[in-house]
Design a protein around this ligand. Structure first.
Ligand code: FES
Length: 112
């Protein structure tokens, strides 16, 4: 059975059809919904996985496992290793996703 060429991705209340296997950061930028808040749209590492500003919170879905640099970056504040955040630049869209962007420069959202 052939895999679908696009997958449904919910970006908050916005429904997108993104290419199967696409890099999430790239696909969101191409769809006109950057995974950044404020100045982070300009001040980011361009997908190297080192700045942490493209963090998105995964509500549900199927995606690639975290890369080594992603695990490394998400251990540093303001991120937390045990949060539901992932780095959009390190995600390959493998199936339907629901995600949101939390507030804050890094998209870190609420801290406990
Ligand atoms: S763009 Fe810098 S970590 Fe993703």
């Amino acid at each position: 059975m052939e895999r679908p060429s696009t997958v449904e991705v919910w970006w908050g209340d916005l429904r997108l059809e993104l290419p199967q296997g696409a890099n999430l950061r790239t696909a969101l930028l191409e769809a006109g919904v950057p995974p950044y808040n404020g100045r982070a749209a300009l001040l980011n590492c361009r997908g190297l996985g080192s700045c942490g500003t493209c963090a998105v919170r995964i509500i549900e879905g199927s995606m690639s496992a975290p890369s080594g640099i992603e695990r490394w970056r998400l251990r540093f504040p303001p991120h937390r290793a045990n949060s539901a955040h992932r780095l959009a630049c390190q995600i390959s869209v493998d199936g339907p996703l629901k995600l949101i962007k939390d507030w804050g420069f890094w998209g870190q959202g609420e801290q406990e």
